[in-house]
Design a protein around this ligand. Structure first.
Ligand SMILES: [Zn+2]
Length: 256
């Protein structure tokens, strides 16, 4: 699977993944140059949810074939709960995994270091998007996303998966409380996903963890595209929470 990203605009306002375009999925992951994306300073109030996009974003993402008037979004809480997108789009609840089998309803996941994972079964026409950081990883969000797509008729073996730009093993130092959670969730296996850092810390490869979990869930390794573009290494292009940015990237995709 090619791991190339295609930039759109100069400077690029969003990227697309050729291995999703090839199978007809409208999608985009924005950069910091896309206007109209709500920041961390504008959290979703579940009692009065408003779509975390403004009209400037709708204009840009319309160029990727995404109709934001029907966009589905969630209040992301670093968990492993799933929601099916409402028929006309809109607020899906406090969850980190969104799924749909409906044509033209964009699903959206907001990140700034965490992984946004797109799961698309072109044969079954089922789509899922997941927000996965270290908390979601130890809580089983990745496996839950594969299961949720499966409940709508998708098959792990026929999925095309993309991992959006997120923090890489070059920049993701974690401390003992995180190490303890990894050990609790994965036993000794966690040691294969880290390399040494200063005392009491390790550099965590959250890409490798989630690729392994996807493979455990039945996704062929050749079906997982990861451009390995680190948010913390590219401040001119991306947002990184760890680097002090409060802006967010969004990954959006809609079934054909
Ligand atoms: Zn990096």
């Amino acid at each position: 699977m090619t791991s190339r990203l295609v930039p759109h605009g100069a400077p690029a306002a969003y990227f697309t993944f050729p291995w999703l375009s090839d199978v007809g999925l409208a999608h985009a992951t924005t950069t910091r140059h896309c206007p109209g994306i709500a920041s961390f300073a504008e959290p979703i109030a579940p009692e009065a949810p408003r779509a975390p996009f403004r009209s400037e974003a709708a204009a840009v993402l319309g160029g990727a074939g995404l109709e934001l008037s029907r966009v589905c979004y969630a209040r992301q809480v670093h968990g492993a709960a799933t929601a099916r997108a409402p028929a006309g789009g809109g607020f899906a609840g406090s969850v980190d995994i969104l799924v749909t089998a409906e044509h033209g309803v964009p699903l959206s996941i907001f990140t700034a270091d965490c992984l946004a994972i797109v799961l698309y079964d072109p044969a079954a026409r089922v789509l899922g998007l997941a927000h996965v950081g270290w908390r979601g990883t130890v809580r089983g969000a990745t496996q839950a996303a594969v299961r949720a797509v499966g409940e709508l008729g998708g098959r792990a073996a026929s999925l095309r998966v993309a991992i959006a730009p997120s923090i890489g093993p070059c920049c993701y130092e974690v401390d003992e409380p995180v190490i303890a959670e990894l050990a609790r969730a994965f036993g000794e296996r966690w040691t294969t996903w880290v390399r040494p850092s200063r005392a009491g810390h390790v550099m965590l490869d959250l890409w490798a963890v989630n690729e392994a979990l996807l493979e455990d869930a039945g996704v062929p390794p050749t079906s997982i595209g990861n451009p390995r573009l680190c948010t913390a290494c590219h401040p001119e292009l991306l947002y990184s929470y760890r680097k002090g940015n409060r802006g967010r990237l969004v990954t959006v995709a809609a079934l054909p």
